[in-house]
Design a binder for this molecule. Structure first.
Ligand SMILES: [Zn+2]
Length: 815
């Protein structure tokens, strides 16, 4: 992303009167008008925010999408939500409570039985149908929300103590010994805490899962007005508080070492929805000092940390800041956002590799492989929209647009609505589409919420002012001014937007239209056909203050230019953009693996982009490199539209001199491979079914893998292949590994039971790449045999690195 502006500011007001008076507000206080949407209009607020909200998002219920890709994604999500069966996602929640399930079976994948995130889908789904009801007004979503809430109440009543949950605890490999997670929560309350990254007392991220149920109840209350949801949430929170209140501060911090989602956020929101300071105190239990304190001091301690463990945590800190004025929380949240956006994010708005942060501004060796989890971007966007509300500054809108029109739209296949886990940005990568009826991973859950919220964050208001942050076909009802704003636009491919304002009478207000940072020369605004003379520089708002009348129109021209966005640590490794749209290069069908080194590069480092990236006639957004691609030219289209293909989003640029050197190295590598082929007796491809059968693959606790598009096999115990040998030549084994192992791996290689090598494979700080290791086969092992068994054996509690190829060669062949 663009670099951060210098200086930071926090509008801070002293803790507001509502906090100081402290008294719990009875539930009835808000009975007349439950809030619809998180915008929390002033007349529905139970507390006064400690930090002023300067720009309130128009409530989701007051914004209707009317066309374009965001609307399409919303429709596909709506269809998906209606295809799911609430009784299946409630199956294990009922079973744990001793109630007979109402479906023949529960859902599987991560929502299935065992040591899973069981129950998380019910929570995500309740949030999603609540948003979708607000976003569309379709009563079927309200019915679904009401049904889920009624069911959760029945389950909670049966549990008897406020608990809701379906988690099991223990070692999933020994299912007979799995115990009800509720007991492990009770252990927690007694101070028994076994915690690690994703494990708390034998449960997989239990507070993370409970957070989804809390959030679902909150959203059913806020977005559909279901009061039972709030009552159930309060009892649920009381159960949680009963456990947490018994722990010492040290015990709490130990517990927080395990991922806990946004538990701080839901507790803060519950305080805002009830006015009961007990929940603000419960929010405080989830203040994770090891992360929050250094961030508040502006230390970027993110490297090596699981990214989506942190994003909801800091989003929760931002809520704590909003409601309580806690400055440490506010400082930490804002610093975190800026570090992630400006120092850890790729051009599409995503971040993280293999779900983890790396060092700030060290991104060029992290583009390949499994980058950019969808949950993270969803959570960053929620945080971004709230930050804009507190500081109405274009840079938040800029990031929102970037992430929404690249990663988020790209995370859904517009043909069938499948959503993705990773939407990588590397070279020779593919989307991780999910099986929408079976996988139920975290990203399936957050995806169902994400695409229901596309009406959120387009319009914000304050007294006498309406901001337009995103260009998307929509109709907004601005109740404060009794105005209707109709927006028509062909963005993102098109370059114009048109607004029509409907009013009951003439009214004076400011329409603040965003001039995006990418909208340079040619940007224009007209009111009723007359040009606006005074326009701000790109990256600011066009302030149109006037006495508006019914039927007034405003038109914008939003020209997009091509530009390259380099990574901070390598000016020659770039993403190519057209306005805010990242362009993805099409590398062929899915499954056609592209190792990064085989992806085309461009001999164009010394040329303006417009000289060599040419638009394809009558296909807006499509471009083709013109003669500079090596070994071939590439077709580009907007990242969000390129689906079901192998692709790249980052590219290496060369000067002709650099390329001549590189070409010589590539030619030498081709020659090496050619000689290797000539020397080869047999080659086995691990990770692919038929070749593995052909070479009698065996093993225990081992599995196929795919890295940088290449199939392989890895293991925690052992695996083996039988390969032919020739006795009239010395034989050697050549094994292909990748330096992109998550952790260092060391293991042994045995040939017919004889140990021939110990191998370590680890990251080496260079770009992820494959490499060959060669091992001589002792003559006495080979003698008199037609084939040998090559066995990879884990040692010292370590694991076997992924193996991407096994080759027996004649060691004496010319090479
Ligand atoms: Zn996820």
């Amino acid at each position: 992303m663009k670099s951060a502006p210098a200086g930071r500011q926090h509008p801070f007001s002293t803790i507001a009167a509502a906090l100081l008076t402290g008294a719990a507000v009875a539930l009835d206080a808000t009975a007349a008008t439950p809030p619809i949407g998180y915008a929390r209009l002033a007349d529905t607020q139970v507390i006064t925010d400690a930090v002023p909200v300067l720009a309130r998002p128009l409530p989701l219920a007051d914004v209707r999408l009317t066309g374009g890709p965001l609307k399409h994604a919303q429709e596909l999500d709506a269809e998906y939500l209606l295809s799911l069966e609430p009784d299946r996602m409630l199956y294990y929640l009922r079973q744990r409570a001793g109630l007979p399930p109402k479906a023949a079976e529960g859902y599987g994948g991560w929502d299935g039985a065992g040591r899973q995130l069981t129950g998380h889908i019910a929570g995500h789904y309740l949030s999603a149908v609540s948003y979708m009801f607000a976003a569309t007004g379709d009563s079927r979503f309200k019915q679904r929300a009401d049904y889920l809430v009624a069911q959760l109440k029945e389950i909670q009543d049966k549990q008897g103590d406020g608990y809701l949950g379906a988690l099991l605890a223990g070692d999933d490999r020994n299912r007979a010994e799995l115990v009800d997670g509720k007991k492990r929560f009770e252990d927690l309350g007694r101070g028994l805490i076994q915690s690690g990254g994703f494990d708390l007392n034998g449960m997989w991220s239990p507070w993370y899962v409970e957070h989804k149920l809390f959030a679902g109840l909150r959203d059913a209350y806020r977005f559909t007005g279901n009061r039972t949801a709030l009552e159930v949430e309060i009892k649920f929170a009381a159960w949680a508080d009963g456990i947490l209140a018994r722990l010492t501060p040290d015990q709490i911090q130990k517990m927080l070492a395990t991922e806990f989602g946004g538990m701080n956020e839901v507790m803060a929101d519950l305080y805002a929805d009830t006015g009961d300071p007990r929940w603000l105190k419960a929010c405080d239990y989830f203040e994770h000092h090891a992360i929050v304190d250094p961030l508040a001091q502006q230390h970027d301690i993110l490297a090596g940390r699981h990214a989506n463990t942190q994003v909801p945590k800091l989003e929760g800190e931002l809520k704590r800041y909003l409601y309580s004025g806690n400055q440490t929380s506010g400082d930490a949240a804002q610093y975190f956002w800026e570090e992630v956006v400006y120092h850890h994010s790729f051009a599409t708005g995503g971040h993280g590799k293999d779900e983890y942060f790396g060092e700030p501004d060290q991104l060029s060796n992290r583009v390949d492989g499994r980058t950019d989890e969808s949950c993270n971007v969803y959570n960053m966007l929620k945080m971004t929209r709230l930050l804009f509300a507190l500081h109405p500054d274009d840079r938040f809108a800029e990031f929102e647009e970037r992430a929404l029109f690249n990663h988020v739209l790209g995370s859904m296949d517009p043909a069938d609505g499948r959503t993705c886990y990773m939407v990588p940005v590397g070279r020779g990568v593919t989307h991780e589409y999910q099986d929408m009826q079976n996988d139920f991973t975290c990203c399936v859950g957050s995806g169902m919420e994400s695409h229901a919220l596309h009406g959120d964050g387009i319009y914000y208001e304050s007294a006498g002012r309406l901001w337009v942050n995103l260009y998307a076909p929509s109709v907004a009802t601005w109740k404060t001014e009794n105005a209707k704003i109709e927006q028509q636009t062909d963005f993102p491919e098109g370059e114009s937007a048109h607004f029509k304002i409907s009013l009951d009478k003439r009214r004076t207000f400011t329409l603040a239209l965003r001039r995006p940072a990418w909208a340079g020369a040619g940007f224009s605004v007209t009111i009723n056909g007359r040009a606006v003379a005074q326009l701000p520089a790109p990256g600011a708002y066009v302030e149109l203050k006037r006495r508006w009348k019914d039927g007034d129109t405003v038109a914008l021209v939003l020209p997009k230019q091509l530009h390259a966005e380099p990574l901070p640590d390598n000016p020659r490794r770039v993403a190519l953009l057209w306005g805010p749209l990242v362009l993805a290069g099409d590398l062929g069908p899915e499954g056609q693996s592209g190792a990064p080194e085989s992806v085309p590069v461009f001999v164009a480092a010394d040329k303006p982009l417009t000289d060599w990236l040419k638009p394809v006639a009558s296909q807006p957004g499509c471009f083709r490199s013109a003669g500079v691609g090596r070994e071939r030219d590439v077709d580009f289209m907007p990242f969000y539209r390129l689906q079901r293909r192998t692709y790249a989003a980052y590219w290496d640029l060369f000067t002709p001199e650099d390329w001549a050197r590189q070409a010589a190295a590539l030619a030498a590598e081709r020659e090496r491979r050619h000689k290797l082929e000539l020397a080869t007796v047999a080659f086995a491809q691990p990770g692919e079914m038929q070749p593995e059968r052909n070479f009698n693959q065996q093993g225990e606790d081992s599995e196929p893998d795919r890295v940088l598009g290449h199939p392989g096999r890895r293991g925690r115990n052992w695996f083996s292949f039988d390969l032919p040998v020739e006795t009239d030549h010395p034989m050697a084994l050549v094994v292909t590994y990748c330096n992109d192992e998550w952790r260092p791996r060391s293991f042994e290689i045995l040939v017919d039971g004889q140990r021939i090598a110990e191998q370590t494979v680890a990251k080496d700080g260079t770009t992820p790449h494959f490499f060959d290791a060669e091992y001589a086969l002792p003559a006495d092992v080979v003698q008199g045999k037609k084939k040998v068994t090559i066995r990879f054996q884990a040692t010292h509690q370590n694991e076997i690195a992924a193996v991407f190829g096994l080759r027996i060669i004649r060691a004496d062949a010319a090479r």
